[in-house]
Design a protein around this ligand. Structure first.
Ligand SMILES: Cc1cc2nc3c(=O)[nH]c(=O)nc-3n(C[C@H](O)[C@H](O)[C@H](O)COP(=O)(O)OP(=O)(O)OC[C@H]3O[C@@H](n4cnc5c(N)ncnc54)[C@H](O)[C@@H]3O)c2cc1C
Length: 413
């Protein structure tokens, strides 16, 4: 079997791949001895989904979305991708509050790793989960709703509690978004008025490269109202559509220039119709409490000489606090410092370790699906419920059938 992740930096070691099409199929698989790991759309850069046993592809667990208008929720098969879900919701006049940068990722895979978009008032994609159904090792089905004792632990689960078969998400009536891009905002201006900048629209992303210019190359704003955002420093709007990578055609990007359009065609940066099956890049991301954001960006700025030769682009995003134990925004509004790197893994890992050290004073949490060198003690220091989560995994999975080397830090806690 030769199966790799989207970036091609993880070659899965699995002996076999299972393709369940129903909850019963998943129960039958999880009645076996393991080891197992669920695999969503394979967009993680870390070894989180790897196993030398059975990889359980969730692509066939794609039950069509069922909307409950009264509770304003939608229930979907765990393997469905956000783009497909978004189209089905829009057809019925509904929307999700946010999307990640691309709509090709599976709902359960994104939720399991605390995936997020940007927006001061918007939570991570995981925070939209209202209920989930999972099959635990041994084959029993467990259903959890918001408010149940284990719920806050079981949403951002790292796939360590069971295989999620369906997910219920909060929805709202469909809405329009206007996307505008502004260019060349001096970094010092951005940092001097960081809260005003990040709060200037429903969703704001800053793109920069840490080079000599010391500018935020692009500010991407997504607004739900017609008025253009008022940005500190008043940077100039881009003259035409742009890609966040210098010199790359914007054809893959969602419409810009303030033209109003449906939420599902604007909240992600990349169009669903543009399907990058593989990417010549690596990613890392660290998320810091909002109050530390400016100091954390300045600390990373000190490493500009080390970062610049390997960076494709950095994206800075914000999100609202939530109560999910392993969320990047657990009990704090958070700001994510994301890095899209050139695909030179040894060199990138060395710089990521330096960034991690520079961000240590700011309680930085690494993204579960991206590159990080943080050990068990480091993770426990930034996720206060991590030891309780580790104990819960032993309850749900006493024989460790869902463990893999990536998750071995849970056994050190
Ligand atoms: C080009 C690109 C852009 C990205 N943009 C963003 C972004 O904007 N914001 C952001 O936060 N992240 C981003 N990511 C990271 C990505 O969202 C996460 O890695 C996410 O986990 C990918 O979802 P997936 O379905 O591919 O999960 P996979 O990589 O397949 O799996 C991730 C984890 O989820 C578990 N899992 C999957 N399905 C299930 C299930 N049914 N039950 C239990 N566990 C399950 C797996 O076991 C594994 O542990 C990006 C990645 C790429 C490649």
């Amino acid at each position: 079997m030769d199966l790799v992740n989207w970036a091609g930096n993880v070659r899965f070691r699995a002996e076999r791949i299972a393709t369940p099409a129903s909850v019963d199929d998943v129960c039958a698989i999880l009645s076996g001895p393991g080891p197992f790991r669920a695999l969503g759309s394979g967009h993680s850069f870390s070894l989180i989904a790897d196993t030398d046993g059975t990889l359980i592809s969730t692509a066939g667990l794609a039950a069509a979305p069922v909307v409950d208008a009264q509770s304003r929720t939608v229930t979907v098969g765990a393997g469905i991708r956000y783009g497909e879900l978004a189209r089905a919701l829009e057809a019925e006049g509904w929307a999700l509050a946010n999307l990640a940068s691309l709509p090709h990722i599976s709902v359960a895979g994104a939720v399991a790793t605390g995936t997020h978009g940007s927006g001061d008032a918007v939570g991570t994609l995981s925070s939209a989960v209202a209920a989930l159904e999972l099959v635990v090792p041994g084959g029993d089905v467990v259903r959890l709703r918001r408010g149940d004792p284990a719920f806050d632990a079981a949403v951002v689960s790292l796939g360590a509690l069971g295989v999620v078969t369906s997910i219920t998400l909060d929805i709202e009536p469909s809405f329009e978004v206007r996307q505008r891009v502004y260019e060349n905002l001096p970094l010092e201006t951005a940092l001097a008025d960081f809260d005003a900048l990040m709060g200037a629209a429903y969703s704001v992303s800053l793109f920069l490269r840490w080079g000599d210019r010391d500018v935020v190359d692009q500010v991407w704003t997504k607004s739900r109202s017609a008025e253009p955002p008022v940005l500190p420093g008043d940077p100039a709007p881009a003259a035409g559509p742009v890609h966040m990578l210098a010199g790359v055609s914007p054809a893959a990007c969602t419409p810009q220039l303030g033209e109003p359009g449906r939420w599902l065609d604007r909240l992600a940066h990349f169009r669903l119709s543009h399907t990058p099956s593989a990417g010549a890049e690596l990613q890392s991301e660290h998320l810091v409490p909002r109050r530390h954001a400016v100091a954390a960006i300045r600390a990373v700025r000190e490493l500009a000489d080390r970062i610049a030769p390997l960076i494709q682009v950095t994206e800075i995003r914000s999100m609202r606090a939530d109560s999910l134990w392993l969320s990047p925004a657990y009990e704090t509004d958070a700001v994510g410092l994301h890095f899209t790197w050139l695909p030179d893994q040894p060199a990138v890992e060395a710089v990521v370790a330096e960034i991690e050290a520079a961000l240590a004073p700011f309680q930085a949490r690494p993204h579960w699906g991206k590159l990080s060198a943080m050990d068990a003690a480091g993770r426990a220091a930034v996720w206060p419920r991590l030891r309780e989560f580790a104990a819960l995994t032993r309850e749900f999975d006493p024989e460790g059938r869902l463990r893999n080397p990536y998750l071995s830090f849970l056994d050190e806690l």
